[in-house]
Design a protein around this ligand. Sequence first.
Ligand code: PMP
Length: 355
Amino acid sequence: MKKHNFSAGPCILPQEVLKKAAEAVVNFNGIDLSLIEISHRSKEFVDVMENARSLVKELLNLPEGYSVLFLQGGASLEFLMAAYNLMKINGKAGYMDTGAWSSKAIKEAKQFGEVEVFASSKDKTFNYIPKNYTVPTDVDYVHITSNNTIYGTQFKEFPKTDSLLVCDMSSDIFSRQLDFSKFDLIYAGAQKNMGPAGTTLVVVKDEILGKTGRTIPAMLDYQVHISKDSMFNTPPVFPVYVSMLTLQWLKDLGGIPAIEKINEEKAALLYAEIDRNPLFNGFAAKEDRSLMNVTFTLANDDHKEIFDKLWNAAGVSGIKGHRSVGGYRASIYNAMPKESIQVLVDVMQQLEKEI
Ligand code: PMP
C-alpha cells in the first residue's frame, strides 16, 4: 500500500500515469527505445508535444487565438517573463500581493517598470484574499495568484479589469471550472496538477504580444517559443510526456467539470473535520479556503507529538505546514483519492480519543 501523499508539490500523480511513465522510460510505445533517448524532433515525440498542447486547449476550453507552451525555468521564470513580455517601456503593472509567490512575482516585475500593489493580505500572514480594492486603470496588465499554495487561500472571484489579466495558476490549474478566456496570460509550474517538475505551462493570447517596444532575449520571448511550436530548444521531454498522460487521465475522467465535483467533495470532508474538531483550527479565512491546499493548526501545541505519531503510523505523508505558517498543510490535488483524505480525518478523530 502506497503512502497517503499530501505533499504540496512535487506531489501526488495518478498511479496509472506513473506506471505508464515508468514503462515509457524503458520502451516507449513499443518502439524498443526509451522516451528519453529519442530525438525531440522524432515523429514520436512531436506527437507527444502536439497532443499535450491540444489537450490543454481542450480541457481549458480555450477559444481560437491562444497559444500553449511547455517551457522550462518553473513558474519562477514566468514571474520575470510575464513582465518582460507585457510591460511597456516606462510602463506600469498592477499586482495583488496574496503571498510569498506573489511577492516574488512583484519583485521581478519591478525590474521592468513601475509596480502598483493595489491590494495585499500581508497584514494577516496572507490568510485571506483581499476584497474591496480598486484596480488601477493606467496599467499594462494586472497580475494575480489564483491559489496561494503556502497559506491555503484561493480566489473565488477575480478582479475585473479592462487591462490584460495575468494569472499564476501553478497550484490550482485544471482543478475547477473557470472561464479561462478571461485571462490573457496563464502560467503554471507542472508539479502540482499536471506532472513532474521540469516544465511550465504557459497559455497566452497571441494578440497581446510584441507590443512593449523591448528587445527580448530569444529564450525569454513568448513569440519565439510560439513560432517554434514550443520546440525552440530541446524541450523537457519527460515532464511534457508525463503531463500529457495526466491531461489524458483527466480527460478520460470527464475533464474539469468532473474533477471539480470530486475536489469539492474532498475539500468539504477535510474542512468539516477541521471545523468540528475542537483540537484543530483552520488557518485560512473560511470564505477564501482553497480546495487544493488545506492549512490548519493544533489548538494546543502540546498535542503535536502524539498527532505526528498518529498520522505517521497511518501512512500519511507530507502534511507538515510551510515554515512561514507552521502547523499542517494537506495538499489535496486532483490525483488525491478521497480515501486518503478519510484516513487523515480518521487520524484527527483518533487524536480526540487518545488525549
Ligand atoms: N507560484 C505558486 C502559486 C507556487 O505554488 C509555486 C511553487 N510551487 C511557484 C509559483 C514557484 O514555482 P516553481 O518552483 O516552478 O518556480
